[in-house]
Design a protein around this ligand. Structure first.
Ligand code: NAD
Length: 256
């Protein structure tokens, strides 16, 4: 059980982050939800988790595109045994048309935020004598697709940083790993469907079957619960010697 452990999950008011928070709470961890929005419904999500799983759950607003807010999130939480770097955005365009502000935002949110939160959290993990860093990378941390230069660069970066942090903590009871999901049907993926339809000139069902799940041999979306369950496993004693590696949850994508 993760009872007594505090888990901070960045970007966790929807999709995979929320699924991971739910599974960690189910396993007994106190959870800190995060996004930049700070709406009533964000705080309500935390209250719901606390009620459903009998844990302490808080929502702390912080914009993961801002270095100082990344670090402030960890400081405000006051404890961080489990850090799940999950916040991420996507933008799809050929590289010569890729807007510079989108490139910068993707690198900041999908890659640099994990640098800042990890730097702030490791001293707390050392103090506590135990820690888990779980980075939500992607199959795009191991392979590429056209039109996703910033996302693929950021996710490969996350995988590289995961290995480095694992080496820097190798002799301590701290691990750092990355989960590499294939396609999970979340708001992030939903939002890509119209652009991909335009890019390929296909209808919705054809884009899902022929473009998105074309790379996923199972032809089935992974679920947020499965990503959450993988995070719980990485926090278990069975995973204590798993560090500096990636776990793909991609229906066979990276086997192709
Ligand atoms: P999502 O859009 O449902 O969730 C993204 C989360 O990030 C939201 O909670 C959002 O509030 C948060 N966020 C965005 N910008 C932020 C900012 N500036 N500051 C703080 N929070 C911010 O998307 P998702 O599919 O759940 O994606 C979560 C992670 O999983 C991302 O890192 C994504 O790259 C990764 N991923 C998703 C898939 C997939 O198929 N859905 C596959 C592989 C990897």
């Amino acid at each position: 059980s993760l009872k007594g452990k505090t888990a901070i999950i960045t970007g966790s008011n929807s999709g995979i982050g929320l699924g991971v928070a739910q599974e960690l709470a189910k396993a007994g961890a106190d959870v800190v939800l995060n996004s930049f929005t700070d709406r009533d419904e964000d705080h309500a999500l935390a209250a719901e988790l606390a009620r459903d799983y009998g844990v302490t759950a808080r929502y702390i607003a912080a914009d993961m595109s801002k270095p100082e807010e990344c670090r402030a999130l960890i400081e405000k939480a006051g404890a961080c045994d489990i850090l799940v770097n999950n916040a991420g955005i996507q933008f799809v365009a050929p590289i010569e048309e890729f807007p510079v502000d989108k490139w910068n935002a993707i690198i900041a949110i999908n890659l640099s935020s994990a640098f800042h939160t990890t730097a702030a959290a490791l001293p707390m993990m050392r103090e506590a004598g135990w820690g888990r860093v779980v980075n939500v990378a992607s199959a795009h941390g191991l392979t590429a697709s056209p039109f996703k230069s910033a996302y693929v660069a950021a996710k490969h970066g996350v995988v590289g940083m995961t290995k480095t942090v694992a080496l820097e903590t190798a002799e301590e009871p701290i691990t750092c790993n990355a989960i590499c999901p294939g396609y999970v049907l979340t708001p992030l993926v939903e939002a890509q469907i119209p652009e991909t339809m335009k890019e390929y000139g296909m209808d919705r069902d054809t884009v899902i079957r022929e473009v998105m799940l074309a790379r996923q041999p199972s032809r089935t979306f992974a679920t947020t619960e499965q990503i959450g369950g993988t995070a719980v496993f990485l926090c278990s004693d069975a995973a204590a010697q798993i560090t500096g590696t990636t776990i793909s949850v991609d229906g066979g994508w990276t086997a192709l």
